[in-house]
Design a protein around this ligand. Sequence first.
Ligand code: FAD
Length: 372
Amino acid sequence: MAETVTELDRLRAFADELIGDSADSWDRAGTIPEEIVRKAGARGLMCAQVPERHGGLGLSSADNGELTAFVGSRCSSLRSLMTSQGMAAWTVQRLGDRKQRAALLPRLAGGEQAAVAFSEPGAGSDLSAMATRIEPDGDRVVVTGEKVWITAACYAEHLVVFGRYGDGTAAVVVPAHAEGVRVERVPEPLGCRAAGHARVRLDGVRVPAAEVLGGAGQSTELLVSTALAYGRMSVAWGCAGILRGALASVSRHARTRTQFGKPLAGHQLVARHVAELLAAEQTATRVCAHASHCWDTRSPEVVSATVLAKYVSSRHAAAGAATAVQVLASAGAQESHPVARAYRDAKLMEIIEGSNEICELLLAEHALSVHA
Ligand SMILES: Cc1cc2nc3c(=O)[nH]c(=O)nc-3n(C[C@H](O)[C@H](O)[C@H](O)COP(=O)(O)OP(=O)(O)OC[C@H]3O[C@@H](n4cnc5c(N)ncnc54)[C@H](O)[C@@H]3O)c2cc1C
């Protein structure tokens, strides 16, 4: 019987061809060619979970997760652009009104790149300290502030900017090329070097008030947790991908490299590394699949399951990528090797979308409320 080819299969094949063996050269250049980003966007790869009625591919969280893991196994920079784009689209879908969804989602689903800006020099883990101001001025709002480490900002046409609005918080969609916006690339990031991280200065940027998503003056926690829910899920699946890539490199090397008269895999201490990597990859995949299942079934458990997925997967990815470098030893000890890149990229995953410590605080809070 002929096997059915799914949309997920087609998207993976497309991503495979698009990335080819270019991830290393993109990492070295610190940028992904515009044409690649455009093609990925036009195919719907960047935010494949956007519903079909809004011009997206309507993938489930589980399928989008597998797609994200596939791209993450090959190129964490392109995967980072997917995370930002998906997070922007999810923010519009959840916080925007009907008119805003109809206006923005088809553009994002069609490939107009977006970045999401919370972090500031004085507001990293503590986003209640955001100082960016969004102030009403007739039928416009004026946005003033400074955002740091904004993934994808160097590629973006749209910036979803979070800031203070009266006594509350708001998210506003700002054209990246509007007067008063300055995007300054972060020099030499440790990893995900082609993900277009930038400092974004907003100097009295005037945008129509209609671009404030779902009205102004909402709770910071609600706005931020809505956007981060998607970001955490996406990073978690990306980390499962990093582990898959590391496991493949390690398995190939351990079978083919001979020392002391037998393949490395024949030495039990090396075999243990392989076993640990497999366990890490399987653990990450399962915890991500559970979180996506909660997302797809609209389970109230989705919030804690997503934090758990991000926490578990990023820790395993950072440890697993280090193990991969250990097994490949000198063969993996050059910047251009995929395991070396994975090692640098994975470390950053323990910092973003809620650092390990912030995830631990959230998980402890959850445990204390549920299990006490
Ligand atoms: C590669 C990369 C991509 C990023 N992309 C984006 C993006 O697209 N958009 C965006 O808005 N931001 C982005 N960021 C910023 C990111 O969200 C922040 O770096 C992150 O929230 C941590 O903030 P910080 O770096 O200021 O560290 P800090 O908040 O200063 O924390 C420093 C250390 O203290 C710990 N810590 C802080 N508070 C506590 C506490 N209460 N209890 C225990 N430990 C604590 C932290 O876990 C960390 O280990 C990105 C960052 C990186 C590195």
